[in-house]
Design a binder for this molecule. Sequence first.
Ligand code: C2E
Ligand code: MG
Ligand code: MG
Length: 688
Amino acid sequence: MGGFYLPGLLLWASQFSATLVALAAMLCLTGSYTVMIVLRRAKAMRAGRRMSWFLALCLCFGANVWATHFIAMLAFDPGIPIYYDTTRTALSILVAVLGAMPAFALLLWCPAMRLAWAVAGVVLGAAIGAMHFIGMSAMMLCGSFGYNPVSVVVSLACGMAAAALSMRVMQRTAGRGAFRAGLLLAAAICGLHFIAMGGLVITPHSHWLFSPFITGKGKADLAAAVAAVSMLLLITLLISATTDAKLVERQIEAKRLWHLARHDDLTGLLNRRGLRERLSEMTGEPLVLISIGLVRLKPVDDLFGREVVDKLFCQAAARLAAQLQLADILAMPAGEEFVVLRAIAGAAGEPLAFAQRLIDCLSEPFKIDGVTVQIGACAGLVCSEGSGEGAESLLSAADIALREAKAAGAGQARHFTMAMSARLLRRHQLEQEFEAALRNREFLLFFQPLFDCRSLTLRGFEALARWQHPERGMIGPDEFIPVAEAGGMITALGEYVLEEACRAASTWPEELRVAVNLSPVQLKSPVLPEKIWAALARNGLAPQRLELELTEGAMLEQTAEVQLSLAALKDSGVSFAIDDFGAGYSSLSYLHRFSFERLKIDKSFTREITASPDARIVTGAIIGLGAALGMAVLAEGVETEAQLNILRKAGCGQVQGFLLGKPMPEQDVQTLLTQVAKAGGRAVPVLS
Ligand code: C2E
Ligand code: MG
Ligand code: MG
């Protein structure tokens, strides 16, 4: 019965029912594949949530091995009746389940251990073997049986080797080779069973016991029942492992999307949405919200590119994080802007000092890819007593304060006040009303006379825009020019001012010039020269009578096109003045690139000139600089005779100020001109 040469093999094989063997093999394949899927699922779980899948895995393995063995035994018909001891049969299942436990525990909890797959394979092979031989010992027949020791050893070795290989496939492919691994495990189970069966030696007794339980149709029905129950168990497990995996995948994806929607992808900090949600959770608690804006980023972007700017953001985030306490929240609600949230504790002045520290840490130079980059920062703060302000209103209050801080210059921090929001509201309203105001000709020009410093001869007028608002009254340019610049209406306003200035000047005596202020935004228009020439031509004004005033800021941002425009205008006879000299950046480099006819000393120097020797020295130096560079010098804001006298002594060319004439409407200019004419050409300044 135990021979393995061909006729012997055929004789041996004839003792098995082919249908039931096929059923056992099919069940074994399904079961082994299920084992792999459940193993993969258990592996994917976090260690804490793995236990239930581990138990299901061991149960699945045990049930699979047992059911395969049992059906294969039912397929076996040595010619004498066999029946099985229930206790031992049950024990054999238990052994298979328990035997699998150390193997799978090792794979799941110590996957990094060297040769874990081999150890697990040997243990699983042993479990299959133990199940098989205990299951065999449950066999009760009319005779005795024993084993060929060689086939026992070979069957165990094959079972262990194939099981180890299947575990190796699972480990190496990170679970993707579940089908191959399942095939190998099925080979381990079936191989062990049939090789061991090959070594089974049955010696029948001469007198048989008859049992209806184990013969004929009853046998096939039992096999079908075992197979059906096992299959049901295995398929249930297979479906739950697969759907659970999909569910977890979906949960992970949902979590990822949730995180993505609430975090900045560059710095990983909370974005505006995430911050808003956190803030909403915190309403009711007293807190301080600090909005930090980075300034001077544009030159970094222009010089070094976006990549460096991105790295700068990451470094800035790290620096800010280093300043925070554990409970503080750092967010990046917009590019170039960070927000820090802190539950308020301590004195009222503390948030401002904290904001200043944040600004300071960002004002230190950054080293990025071998280049050193220096930027600045400003901060807007808003404190909440927890009286239920909405997240959005806190954020916008901090933004308003930040805007004011930025207007005050780099390094500034401002607490939000209601006056700020009133200013902003007014600004928005002006922006809304601007275009209609232009159409309704609510803008008018005032003219301020410019005099020769020594002789006080009238030299011309500076055109200064005013907004005669029907409800709000007269609005000054310091308020509406920034609105027009930000809203893009400055070009239209500038054209209107030019037209009106040229028209008014064309009615004045020929020797008087008109000075018109140009915004840096207007300079960027490529058609600026054409527009100016057209205005001059329409009003019959000689280009020599027009002077354009530019600020230092406008000169710093110059492009090649702007320089070409300025040069073309200059060639046509239009002259240029540098306005508010000394009040801005005072980078003198632009004076080489473009030669101005006039330099206008800012009124802040004139104001100080009588009281401060330093202001006198600076004013004197500016006049000297003008003379050396061949530029005429005009001092703005002359309000007293003392100032006028000092300027005269310092050799200043021209003056402008309330002492000699305030900005006046066009009809008053005509009165002044009549007085000048009556004085025989000599200027008659209105000394107040
Ligand atoms: P700016 O060009 O420096 O004009 C001189 C400003 O100083 C005017 O203010 C004028 O009223 C004021 N001022 C003149 N004399 C004195 C004085 O003795 N004391 C004092 N404290 N101030 C004096 P205004 O008209 O409010 O204009 C402010 C600024 O608005 C101007 O400064 C100019 O930069 C800008 N601006 C005015 N009109 C226009 C315009 O049509 N286009 C553009 N782009 N900017 C304009
Ligand atoms: Mg000016
Ligand atoms: Mg000025």
